[in-house]
Design a protein around this ligand. Structure first.
Ligand SMILES: Cc1cc2nc3c(=O)[nH]c(=O)nc-3n(C[C@H](O)[C@H](O)[C@H](O)COP(=O)(O)OP(=O)(O)OC[C@H]3O[C@@H](n4cnc5c(N)ncnc54)[C@H](O)[C@@H]3O)c2cc1C
Length: 307
C-alpha cells in the first residue's frame, strides 16, 4: 500500500519543493543522494574506494521527452567516464534507457547509448543498463542485446525477481552470450498479471535466480543487489557450500543503506559495489527509496513534532 502511494507521489513533481524546503526530509535526501554535482559524486566514490568498496555512478534522470535532452544525458555520462579515468577511481556507470530517449524511439536510444558504451570500451569500463517498469522490459532487453553483440565485455543488464518472466529471460540471454547481470527484487509498481504480489514469493524467486546464476558461472556473472540480510546470508552459505570463488560474483547496495554491512562483507573478502546516485533529478529515485521502508517516513514525521 505504502510503496504504491510513494510510487504514485514520485510522479507528482510539486512534492519535490516541499521536501527541499523542510530540513528533516532534505537531510534524508542527502542520505540517499551523494550531491547535485559530479564533484560531489567523485568525493563519495573516493570515500567508498578507501574502504575497498567499488562503485557504480548514476547520473539521476528518467523519462526525458526530447532528443536534445537525451543527447545531453548521454554527454553527461561520457563526462563521468572521462572523469573516472582521469581520477583513477574504481567506478562503473549505471543508466536508464528512458533517460537516453527510449520514449522517443528504440533506434535513437540505441545509437545514443552506443556512444557511451563505445567510450566505456576505450576506458575498459562498464555500463549497467538499469531495468525500469515492465512496459519497458522487452525494449530494454532488445537494446541491451544489440549492445552486447558489439561490446560483450562492457555492458550488462538487470533482472527483477518480482517479475514472473525473470527466470526465462536470464536463461534465454545466457544462452546467447556471456551475461553480466544485476539481480534485484524490483522497485516499480507492477500488476499481479506480471509480478509476484507477495514479498515471500519475490524472495524465493530471487534465490532461484541466484542459484541459476551460480550453476552457470561460465556464462553468467551475477551482481546480487539487495540489503536483505536473509538473502545475503543465504548467498554466502550457498557459495561456501558450492565452492564458488569470490571473484565470480559481487554484492551491490545503494548509497546510504547498510554501510556497516557493506564494510563487513568487504572484510570477509567479498566484492561489494555501491550504487551512487547524484544530480538535480533526484526526486523519483528518492521517493522510491522512501516507499521501500516505513522507518524512512517515520523519521520525517518524528522530526515534524520535534522542537
Ligand atoms: C545496487 C542496486 C541497484 C538496483 N537497481 C535496480 C534496477 O535497475 N531496477 C529496479 O527495479 N530496482 C533496482 N534496485 C532496487 C531493488 O529492486 C529494491 O527495490 C531495493 O533494493 C529494496 O529491496 P531489498 O532487496 O533491499 O530488500 P527489502 O526486503 O526491501 O529490504 C531489506 C532490508 O534492507 C533495508 N532497506 C531496503 N530498502 C531500504 C531503504 N529504502 N531505506 C532504508 N533501508 C532499506 C532494510 O533494512 C530492509 O529491512 C536496485 C537495488 C540495488 C541495491
Amino acid at each position: 500500500m505504502m510503496r504504491s502511494f510513494f510510487i504514485f507521489l514520485s510522479r507528482k513533481n510539486g512534492v519535490k519543493k516541499i521536501i527541499e524546503g523542510f530540513p528533516p526530509s532534505k537531510r534524508l535526501v542527502d542520505r540517499f543522494i551523494s550531491g547535485e554535482t559530479l564533484d560531489d559524486a567523485v568525493n563519495a566514490v573516493k570515500r567508498l574506494n578507501q574502504e575497498n568498496i567499488m562503485v557504480t555512478l548514476d547520473h539521476l534522470g528518467e523519462n526525458v521527452g526530447n532528443e536534445e535532452e537525451a543527447k545531453k544525458s548521454a554527454d553527461a555520462y561520457i563526462e563521468i567516464l572521462e572523469r573516472i579515468d582521469k581520477e583513477k577511481i574504481n567506478s562503473s556507470i549505471s543508466l536508464k534507457l528512458t533517460q537516453m530517449g527510449l520514449d522517443i524511439g528504440d533506434e535513437f536510444c540505441y545509437e545514443n547509448v552506443k556512444r557511451i558504451v563505445k567510450r566505456a570500451k576505450d576506458f575498459k569500463n562498464f555500463v549497467r543498463v538499469d531495468m525500469e517498469s515492465s512496459e519497458y522490459t522487452d525494449r530494454t532487453i532488445n537494446v541491451y542485446n544489440r549492445l552486447r553483440k558489439e561490446f560483450p565485455e562492457n555492458v550488462g543488464i538487470v533482472f527483477q525477481a518480482y517479475l514472473y518472466r525473470a527466470e526465462k529471460d536470464i536463461l534465454n540471454l545466457s544462452n546467447n552470450g556471456f551475461l553480466n547481470v544485476r539481480l534485484c527484487k524490483g522497485a516499480y509498481k507492477e500488476p499481479k498479471e506480471v509480478a509476484f504480489p507477495r514479498k515471500k514469493d519475490v524472495d524465493e524467486n530471487f534465490k532461484k535466480l541466484i542459484r541459476i546464476s551460480f550453476e552457470n558461472t561460465d556464462r553468467i556473472y551475477p551482481a546480487i543487489a539487495t540489503h536483505d540480510e536473509k538473502i545475503i546470508t543465504w548467498t554466502i552459505d550457498y557459495v561456501k557450500k558450492n565452492k564458488i570463488p569470490e571473484d565470480r560474483f559481487e554484492f551491490q547496495m545503494l548509497y546510504g543503506i547498510r554501510y556497516e554491512l557493506q564494510k563487513e562483507l568487504v572484510r570477509e573478502g567479498y566484492r561489494v559495489r555501491v550504487y551512487v546516485p547524484y544530480g538535480k533529478e533526484w526526486y523519483p529515485y528518492f521517493m522510491r527509496r522512501l516507499g521501500e521502508r516505513p522507518a524512512n517516513l517515520f523519521f520525517i514525521i518524528k522530526n515534524i513534532f520535534k522542537k
